[in-house]
Design a protein around this ligand. Sequence first.
Ligand code: GLV
Ligand code: MN
Ligand code: MN
Length: 425
Amino acid sequence: MSKTEAGIAGLQTASLGDGIVGRINELAAISESPGHLTRIFLTEQHRAAAELILRWMRDAGMRAHLDAIGNVCGRYEGERPGLPCLMLGSHYDTVRDAGKWDGPLGLVTAIACVGDLNGRGKRLPFAIEVTGFADEEGIRFASTLLGSRAVAGTFDESVLGTKDRAGTSMRDALTTFGLDPEHIGAAARARRELHAYLELHIEQGPVLEQENLPVGVVTAISGATRLAVSMTGMAGHAGTVPMALRRDALAGAAECIVAIEEFCRTDRGGLVGTVGYINAMPGATNVIPGQVSFTIDMRAASDAHRKMAVADVVRRIEKIAKRRELALQIDVTHENRTVPCAPWLKAQVAEAIAAEGFRAFELPSGAGHDGMAMIDIADVAMVFVRCRGGISHHPDEYVESADADVGARVLLRVIENFRPRDKVG
Ligand code: GLV
Ligand code: MN
Ligand code: MN
C-alpha cells in the first residue's frame, strides 16, 4: 500500500492530511495545459477527473455515478438503505491557471472521511452523500454553479444556448460529453432527501492565518453579480484616422475599467469589483479596436449595498459610452444573494473544532460556493481551512498537510456526531 493510500485508509492509522495531499496532487495533474492547472466543464479533463473521483468514491465504500449534468455523486448508506442523507461536497472544476485546492480539498476530504467510516465498518442513522460539482467557477459558459443548481433543481434551461468562446453551445458540449441536455432535471434532488449540505473549503483569504488557526466556521457566503459588457465603436486605420475622430471601443473600455476600480476603491462597505476578462476586436496592432467585450464581477458584504453599487457602475459605464459615442450592451450573467449558514449546523461545526482543541472562530466567505445553490433545498454550513498568504485562484494557493488533517478530523467529527435539525433543541 502506498503512503497516500495508507493515509486515506483511516484516522486510526495515520494522518489523513498526507493522503488528502496525495490525492489533491493526483487531481492537479489532470489539466488542459501541463504546469498551468486548468480543468473546465465538459472537457476531456472533466471526464478524466470524474473517472478518478468515481474510483475513489467506490474504494471508500460508496455507490457512485455521474449525474445528468456531469456531477460525481457517491452514496454511503446509513444503518438501513434509503435514509435521508447528510450531503458533503465541493467542486472539481477550476479557474484558468488555478491553484489545486479550491474545490478538490472539500471533495477529497469528504471521501477520506467516508473511507475512514467504511474502514471501521461504521454506519450512521443517516446516509452520507458526497457530490463533486462539475461546474462551480463558471469559466466556460459565464453562468456559475451549474452543477449545484442542477442538484438543487434550479438549473435555468435558457442557459443551454449559451456559447463558449469557441462558439460551442452548452447544449452541444453536453451532448458531445455523452449527457442529454433534455434530462438535466433528473439530477435534481428533493429537500426531504437531505438533512443538510456541509462543505469544507480552502479559506482563499488571509484571516485564519492572521488568527493563527487551522480551521474556521463560516457565517455566510457573500452574494455576487456578474455582468457581460459589450462596447461597439468603429474599427479603422491606426495611421489615418485622427484621434479626435475615433470611436475606439478599447479606449472606452479602459476608461470604464479604471472608473470601476476607482469607485470600488473609495467604497467603505467592503465593495470589490473585478474586470477579469477582456477581448478587443479585430485585435491587430494597426487597427483601431471597433468592438470590446469585458466582464465585471462585483461583491459586497450586503446584498443591498452590492445592488446599489452595480446600478452605480452601470450608470458610469453608460455615461462613458454616451460621451464616446459607443453602442453599449450590458447583460447580467449571474446574480446570487448572500447565503447565511444555518445556526444549528454552525453550532455542530464549532463543537467539532473545539473538540479538536481549537478556538471556533467565525468568518464570512467573500468567495462564492456551491452552498449558494444548495440553500434552495437544504440548510447549509461550511468549514474553512487555512491557506498560505491568503492566496487563491493562483498557482501558489497552498494548504499545509497538517491543516488538511485538522480539517478532515473536524469534518469526521461533525459527521459522526451529526444531529438532524429536528433533533436539536
Ligand atoms: C468562485 O470561486 C468565486 O467566488 O468566484
Ligand atoms: Mn474558485
Ligand atoms: Mn471554490
